[in-house]
Design a protein around this ligand. Structure first.
Ligand SMILES: Cc1cc2nc3c(=O)[nH]c(=O)nc-3n(C[C@H](O)[C@H](O)[C@H](O)COP(=O)(O)OP(=O)(O)OC[C@H]3O[C@@H](n4cnc5c(N)ncnc54)[C@H](O)[C@@H]3O)c2cc1C
Length: 386
């Protein structure tokens, strides 16, 4: 009997955990190393869109995720004061594609993935610091001085990936020009019906309110800032309330219901797209490969797609380097297109000028539902290798 192939995954985020599940199900021996002392237990919510659910379905990993999340039923765009602009047929698209779009608390998503791993897969509190190529594999180094050998190293270590840094050198992050607040809070409000999502648009500011189930709401707010990196360093609930004064009552209610300690603040960033995701027996996925601005809600979804497509190629193509090259060729057109689309969309959403905001509103008001549907179907479809 041949020995199972061995993979090391750096990073137990959404992409790393999905890759580990997919490879274990394909017969690989997998170890996941996470720098943080535990899986992320704090954090807000996120959407796991139909394409990600389809990818999880293809490795039979979707049920625990679906059970921990809330299917999106309505998706509205509103003016800052709550007046309607339009709605997006997200639920109908999910039905058409056969997979739901869900909102979920991030810690619940990580747990739903982690519990599908075989016991003893995950080591926490151990940071990967680099790798060395070997003739038939890779040697991975950790901050405690230990090394591990494997056939494959997967760099799933997020936006500030050390694996990416070693593979590609300096590839600076690009500022978004806005700060983002994120939070999860219990919320009961008449507009918050089951599966509610609404994006409220102001000038240079937005607010998102999402039902994640169990009486919890996930909200985020964005606000243009000349020095967003510096501004993201301090958090104050008063500042958030000030930024959204005069907005819809449910926006104010969500902020007021949130303890200051539950509010995260960050400076959203992406990186210029690249076409290289692999080198020797080392491969990148998720934010390590292609961090994107959150405008399309696709960062986690693309990390999940990467993980599943990588495992598919490794299962079908015996030569590891060829499998990685084909993974890279297949993934970079899709993910880089989404990185660019998210940045373009972010510019429209964060518009400040009165005229641009007015044009934006009327463009969305006049766009027929069939057109929204057509534009979204491609991005929300996941196609396994035929
Ligand atoms: C404001 C905001 C809102 C978002 N909303 C959505 C959304 O609604 N839907 C969506 O699909 N996406 C969303 N995203 C994007 C999404 O969160 C990311 O794209 C996704 O988490 C990427 O997953 P990942 O596994 O690649 O990286 P991460 O989730 O960042 O995981 C990386 C892991 O690696 C660990 N790590 C780091 N360095 C090392 C190391 N050297 N050794 C070992 N471990 C290491 C980290 O601790 C972390 O656990 C949002 C992002 C932002 C900023």
């Amino acid at each position: 009997m041949t020995e199972p192939r061995k993979a090391i995954v750096a990073g137990a985020g959404i992409g790393g955990l999905t890759a580990a599940i997919a490879l274990q199900r394909a017969g690989w021996q997998v170890k996941v190393f996470e720098a943080a002392p535990t899986l992320r237990t704090s954090g807000s919510g996120l959407s796991v869109m139909a394409n990600a659910m389809a990818a999880l379905h293809s490795i039979d990993a979707h049920v625990p995720v679906e059970q921990a999340g809330q299917v999106i039923q309505q998706f509205f765009f509103k003016k800052h004061n709550g007046d309607p602009i339009t709605s997006m047929p997200i639920h109908a698209i999910g039905e058409q594609l056969g997979h739901p779009n869900i909102n979920i608390q991030r810690p619940l998503l990580l747990r739903a993935l982690a519990r599908q791993l075989t016991p003893d897969t995950l080591t926490t509190g151990l940071r990967c610091v680099g790798y060395a190529h070997r003739p038939d594999g890779v040697e991975v180094s950790f901050e405690d001085g230990s090394t591990h050998q494997a056939d494959l190293l997967i760099g799933a270590d997020g936006l500030n990936s050390v694996i990416r840094q070693q593979m590609l050198g300096e590839t600076p992050t690009r500022p978004s020009g806005y700060i983002a607040w994120l939070a999860l809070t219990p919320l009961s409000h008449p507009v918050m019906t089951e599966g509610y999502v609404a994006h409220y648009w102001g000038r240079g500011k937005r607010f998102g309110l999402c039902d994640v189930g169990d009486g919890q709401a996930y909200w985020w707010g964005t606000c243009n800032h000349d020095n967003a990196a510096q501004a993201a360093l301090s958090i104050s609930k008063q500042e958030v309330l000030g930024a959204y004064a005069g907005w819809a009552p449910e926006v104010i209610a969500a902020i007021e219901a949130t303890p200051e300690s539950a509010i995260l603040k960050m400076h959203a960033r992406d990186r210029e797209p690249v076409e290289q995701f692999c080198e020797g027996h080392v491969v990148l996925l998720g934010d390590a490969a292609h961090p994107m601005l959150p405008s399309l809600g696709q960062g986690a979804a693309q990390a999940i797609e990467d993980a599943v497509v990588l495992a598919e190629h490794l299962a079908r193509i015996p030569d590891l380097r060829s499998a990685l090259a084909q993974y890279q060729a297949r993934r970079h057109p899709r993910v880089n297109g989404i990185v660019n689309a998210a940045r373009f969309m972010s510019g429209i959403e964060q518009a400040e000028s009165r005229l641009l905001c007015w044009l934006r509103e009327w463009y969305f008001r006049l766009t027929p539902q069939s057109s929204f549907r057509k534009k979204n179907v491609d991005i929300l479809s996941f196609k396994p290798i035929a």
